[in-house]
Design a protein around this ligand. Structure first.
Ligand SMILES: *Cc1c(COP(=O)(O)O)cnc(C)c1O
Length: 225
């Protein structure tokens, strides 16, 4: 086994062990918590070692970058599930629908409408998450907290999107737990089952607060430099 393949195995095993411990420690429900390996900025060769180690669920934050890396990787590995976790411009929606399996960043009416149109055209119905600006930060994407429940309803009823959950990125430099708890409350109110929350620095806390999907990049792949 090459060093690179070995370190992918070790990193994956380490994160999976920590996820399982967090789940047990906090008595979260026994259903599986999905590990999304965030491969943004890492090249196809680095990703290949994680695919070889058995990881199949990945996250990318840019359409263009995903387009350069993933069609080739998908030829060599089946059953890849690729999540879009970065902001999506409406003029990239068609490409996003072609490249990704899950869209986590639905956060405005116009995008919901365009995604619905592109999915109909492609005869695909991708599962989507609504991104919530849980800290009410001006510079961050996401629907405002007080509009989240109604936005989920409109995505479903007006646009026919398959909204399966909520996603958030809490503010930097503050304890994330209250934000994760708030997202969980909103999800219950909106009637969605999944919570995509938690990154390398806080995925255990997120699992304690009910995350069903954690998005882990640097703790798996190393620093992004
Ligand atoms: C980069 C990124 C992650 C992963 O961050 P790490 O701290 O490297 O684990 C998770 N979610 C989103 C939306 C990201 O852009």
């Amino acid at each position: 086994m090459t060093d690179r393949a070995n370190s992918a195995n070790v990193a994956l095993a380490d994160i999976r062990t920590r996820m399982e411990k967090a789940r047990q420690r906090f008595g979260a429900p026994p259903e599986k918590v999905e590990l999304i390996a965030v491969s943004k900025t890492f090249d196809a060769e680095a990703i290949r070692s994680f695919l070889a180690a058995g990881q199949r669920v990945f996250g990318e934050n840019r359409v263009q970058e995903a387009k350069e890396k993933w069609p080739g990787l998908r030829e060599d590995f089946s059953e890849v599930v690729l999540h879009l976790i970065g902001p999506l411009q409406t003029n990239k929606a068609r490409e996003a629908v072609a490249l990704f399996d899950v869209i986590e960043t639905v956060d405005r009416e116009k995008l919901a409408a365009v995604l619905a149109e592109e999915m109909a055209r492609a005869q695909k119905r991708l599962p989507c998450f609504v991104q919530v600006n849980i800290g009410g930060e001006e510079q961050k994407a996401g629907v405002p907290v007080d509009e989240a429940v109604d936005f989920v309803r409109r995505c479903r009823e007006v646009h026919g999107l398959d909204i399966v959950g909520l996603m958030c990125i809490p503010p930097d430099g503050q304890p994330p737990a209250p934000y994760f708890a708030h997202l969980a409350t909103l999800a219950r109110q909106a009637g969605v089952a999944n919570l995509s929350m938690g990154m390398s620095g806080d995925f255990e806390t997120a699992i304690a607060m009910g995350a069903t999907h954690v998005r882990v990049g640097s703790a798996l792949f190393g620093g992004r430099g």
